[in-house]
Design a protein around this ligand. Sequence first.
Ligand SMILES: O=C(O)CCC(=O)C(=O)O
Length: 251
Amino acid sequence: MAIDIDAAKRQYESDGFVKLSGLLSSADLDELNERLAAYERDVAPTLPAVDIVWEKDALPDGSRRIRNLWRLHEYSEFFDRFSQRRDFLELAAALVNGDPVRMGVETFSKPALVGSIVPHHQDNAYFTLVPPDCFSLWIALDASTVENGCVWYARGSHLTPGLPHEPSGVLGNSMQASSVPGGLDEVPAELSPGDAIAHHCETIHRSEPNRSAKSRRGLVIVYKGAHCRHDVAAAARYAAIRDAMLASAAT
Ligand SMILES: O=C(O)CCC(=O)C(=O)O
C-alpha cells in the first residue's frame, strides 16, 4: 500500500500514533513469516543472552516460547534490508523531522497461553534521545486483538514526555512508568496481519497477557532522526536497571 505520508504525519502529531492499514502485501507477509521462522530455527540458538528473551512461563508440555528478539538487523541481511525499504524510510523522514536512521529491528511475540504483560511505558525512557524525534513501526504478523493482548496506546500522551520510570521486574521490559497520569485515553490497536502502527517514542503504551489460544506477534522497526543525541544521565540510569535485570535473569 502506498502510504499517505501527509495524512499519517498529521494524525501521528496529534495522537502520538497512527494506524497504517494494509501496509504489507500478502507476499511481503509470507516472506516475513518464512524469514522469521528460519531466524528462530537457525539464528536464535546462537544468540547471546542479551539478544533473546524467553517467556517466563512454560507451556503445559514444559516447552518455552520466545518473547523478544533484539537487533535482528545485526544477524540477518534480510531484516537489515527490509527495515530500510524506501517507503519505510520516506515515512520515517517525515515523522522524525530530518534524515532517518534505522535504529533497531525487534520482535514482540505474545505467544498463545503464556504471553506476558508489557507494563505502561514510554519508549524514550529506554532510547533516551534528545530531541525525541523517534518512533516505532509495529507491524502485525498475526491478527492482534484485545483477546490476544494487542497494544493499547494513550492518545495524546506524547505531549507529556519524560515520565519517570522504575524497574518493572518484567523480562524484556525492564522499566515501567513510575506512575501514569489520570484519565488516559487508551485505545486498543486491533490489527489484521500486515497492518501497522507508527507510535511516537513518548507515547504511553502497554499490553495485557495473552491467555488465548492465538499467538500475537509483532515485528517492530525503530527509526530516529540523525540529529538525535543521547541524554547521558538518562542512558546511564537505564543501563543500570537493564544490567541488574540481566544479572538476576542469569541467576
Ligand atoms: O508488543 C507489545 O506488546 C508492546 C510493544 C512495545 O512496547 C513497543 O513496541 O515499544
